[in-house]
Design a protein around this ligand. Structure first.
Ligand code: NAP
Ligand code: ZN
Length: 345
């Protein structure tokens, strides 16, 4: 099926109109008309070969929201007209312990990413910067009524990536939680942690974001360069979810954690981090990381957002504005997720 898309043809190239082929609908497949597609910083890292050698042409996009057009003969959970979402991965082995336990994101065989990967049959995958996608039913999420489709798209990656560590490390009443970086992931982190009932501090390198952080649900704002306030907050945090996309000095931030406190580093900078073990061992602090979430937890997160009446704060753009939007993301000037109107591909 011939499908309009936007692609980076070579590493670092500007995105341009391109046409891809989507596979014929198999028995377990759902064909989704994409309505909106979020821009994740991971799209930029990968299109610029910042993590590893990527596959080109690349059609990025793993924050997909749309409407089901057609379903395969064995599909039971979806019907034409349903609101549907697709996130970071589109296939897993479903045989390993993790897949069986709803942790498809940690599939032993390695998940098939929505783009910049190969299907298990060897075909390259193409993501959400396109007008339609064919995905196995198991990897399609239900977008609850009550969340607009455009604001729902970023939940499929940004939303779940920060929700998972907040749940794992039990953000909630009585817990002091820091969210580091107010971008796509960070603004969802603030909203989730606030909805979970935690005391939330946004930790940022941008002084201009204080008002927004508080409007989004943060109780406090801490500027990384304000060493006096950083010192005053030492040893007070239970959990910090770090979404920063660039390599930074972690020492001063680790000092914010209490004894046994945890930093969950979900940002994925292009360079290895330097961590002084002395920032950990003196207070038995934990440094951990995670990647998105399993399918059941992603559905739980979507339902949690609907129940609490929030989704992403977005700026909707047309496809020809993608390259400018990417520059703004790189310059920490996103408020707080760009979402592409898929009718413009
Ligand atoms: P984003 O919208 O660009 O947000 C990143 C934020 O980090 C910025 O808004 C900025 O917030 C802060 N930041 C950037 N450069 C900084 C610097 N030099 N020093 C201090 N803070 C800085 O990106 P995103 O889409 O949220 O993604 C964030 C990172 O998570 C990316 O590396 C992405 O690849 C990764 N990611 C990981 C997963 C996963 O599964 N683990 C999933 C999705 C994305 P302030 O202006 O407030 O400081
Ligand atoms: Zn992402």
């Amino acid at each position: 099926m011939s499908t309009p898309a936007y692609a980076a043809m070579t590493p670092g190239a500007a995105l341009e109109p391109h046409t891809i082929e989507r596979r014929e609908l198999g028995p377990d497949d759902v064909l989704i008309d994409i309505k909106f597609s979020g821009i994740c910083h991971s799209d930029i890292h990968q299109a610029r070969n910042e993590w590893f050698e990527s596959i080109f042409p690349m059609v990025p996009g793993h924050e997909i929201a749309g409407i089901v057009r057609e379903v395969g003969s064995a599909v039971t959970k979806f019907a034409p007209g349903d609101r549907a979402g697709v996130g970071v991965y589109v296939d897993t082995c479903m045989e390993c312990e993790n897949c069986k336990n709803g942790l498809e994101n940690y599939c032993f065989k390695g998940f098939v990413p929505a783009y910049n990967g190969l299907d298990y049959n060897g075909d390259p995958t193409y993501g959400g910067y396109s007008s339609a996608i064919v995905v196995k039913e198991h990897y399609v999420l239900r977008i609850p009524e009550g969340i607009e489709l455009d604001a729902a798209a970023p939940l499929l990656c940004a939303g779940i990536t920060v929700y998972a560590p907040l749940r794992q490390f039990e953000a909630g009443p009585g817990k002091k939680v820091g969210i580091m970086g107010l971008g796509g992931l960070g603004h969802m982190g603030v909203k989730h942690a606030h909805a979970m009932g935690a005391e939330v501090t946004l930790i940022s390198h941008s002084p201009s974001k204080e008002d927004d952080a508080k409007r989004l649900g943060a109780d406090h704002f801490l500027l990384l360069s304000d060493s006096e306030s950083m010192a005053a907050q030492a040893m007070t945090f239970d959990l910090i979810v770090n979404t920063v996309s660039a390599p930074i000095d972690l020492g001063p931030v680790m000092n914010l954690l209490k004894t046994d406190g945890t930093m969950a580093y979900v940002g994925l900078p292009d360079k290895p981090l330097e961590v002084n073990v002395f920032s950990l061992n003196g207070q038995r602090r934990n440094l951990t990381s995670s990647t998105v979430g399993g399918i059941p937890e992603t559905q739980e997160m979507l339902d949690f957002c609907a129940e609490h009446g929030y989704a992403a704060d977005i700026e909707v753009i047309s496809a020809d504005q993608i390259n400018d939007a990417w520059e703004r993301v790189v310059n920490s000037d996103v408020r707080y997720r760009f979402v592409i109107d898929a009718s413009t591909f």
